[in-house]
Design a protein around this ligand. Structure first.
Ligand code: DGL
Length: 302
């Protein structure tokens, strides 16, 4: 009998969580994965808590129809409000990008001798819910500036991440950023797709070198307009999610000799593929459009 695959499963409202998915499967090449992008109901970020929790529960129920062993809420918005409910309902590890990110940020910054100023960029819901803000608020952070950037998600879903339009939108959102900011936190998984545009805009506005701390070393992204040496560092949750998964895998073997990767979306497959493949190095083995509610009602077997 064929051994059932064990899956690490991800969900997001759309393409954004693929930034996380891709890093995870690169890092753990023997894991099988499922990714659900709920494109028919994207964006989540301007909806109410009640609706976001319901959408998240539906996404998780779909993913639990597979042999899911680890669930990653690859969405800052859903992480902000649905993580507790999903962790209580499911008897597998549920990883969200808000709790682990806050610990990682605190740890990353703890060596700085001076109180630190940080900026949080997220969806309307993430900012309004103050989810990350509450976890980060402590004496070491002098100032926390938060900004919701609702147009970033549709830009990414359209594949429009460079050029005049995203640059103007970035300028609009970041024009009020305090001059003393040292760290910029990307609290939405769509935003890393706009990393270069965000970095160029920050460099223009603050005239400081802008770095990104990825899973390995820190990379200089923009320095052209700098008149000061004081760096600005962009952080996103990918490194901490990788370490969390690594810890879980120390005690569990979910590896497969022939890992499979299945991607599901809830709206047009062509649109999803065109945009996702523009950003993702990996070719999709299996991409399917599903009717999420129909799958849940009929509990379709896989
Ligand atoms: N990628 C998402 C997040 O991290 C979803 C954004 C949205 O759908 O508004 O918040």
């Amino acid at each position: 009998m064929q051994k059932l695959h064990s899956y690490i499963s991800f969900f997001d409202s759309g393409q954004g969580g693929l930034t996380l998915w891709e890093d995870v499967i690169e890092r753990f090449p023997r894991l099988s994965s499922i990714y659900l992008g709920d494109t028919a109901r994207c964006p989540y970020g301007n909806r109410s808590a009640e609706i976001i929790v319901r959408y998240s529960q539906e996404a998780a129920s779909f993913l639990m129809n597979f042999n899911t062993k680890i669930l990653v809420i690859a969405c800052g918005t859903a992480s902000s409000v649905a993580s507790k409910a999903l962790s209580e309902q499911l008897d597998i590890p549920v990883i969200d990008i808000v709790n682990d990110f806050s610990k990682y940020v605190k740890n990353y910054i703890k060596n700085s001798s001076e109180p630190t100023s940080i900026a949080i960029l997220g969806t309307q819901f993430t900012v309004k819910s103050q989810s990350l803000f509450h976890l980060l608020r402590d004496s070491h952070f002098q100032d926390i500036w938060q900004k919701d950037c609702p147009l970033f998600v549709p830009l990414v879903e359209e594949g429009l991440t460079q050029g005049e339009i995203p640059e103007k939108i970035c300028e609009l959102y970041l024009s009020q950023i305090p001059k003393n900011i040292e760290y910029i936190l990307l609290a939405c998984t769509h935003y890393p797709r706009l990393l270069n545009t965000i970095a160029t805009t920050l460099n223009k506005l603050l005239k400081r070198p802008v770095f990104h701390q990825g899973t390995e070393k820190k990379v200089l992204l923009s320095n052209e307009n700098s008149s000061s040496k004081k760096p600005l560092i962009i952080l996103d949750p990918r490194p901490c999610i990788i370490s969390r998964i690594k810890k879980i895998l120390q005690n569990q073997n979910y590896e497969s000799a022939f890992p499979t990767h299945k991607i599901y979306c809830t709206d047009s497959i062509i649109d999803f593929k065109n945009v996702a493949q523009k950003f993702t190095k990996r070719k999709f083995q299996h991409l399917e459009k599903i009717d999420l509610l129909e799958k849940l009602i009929n509990k379709t077997a896989y």
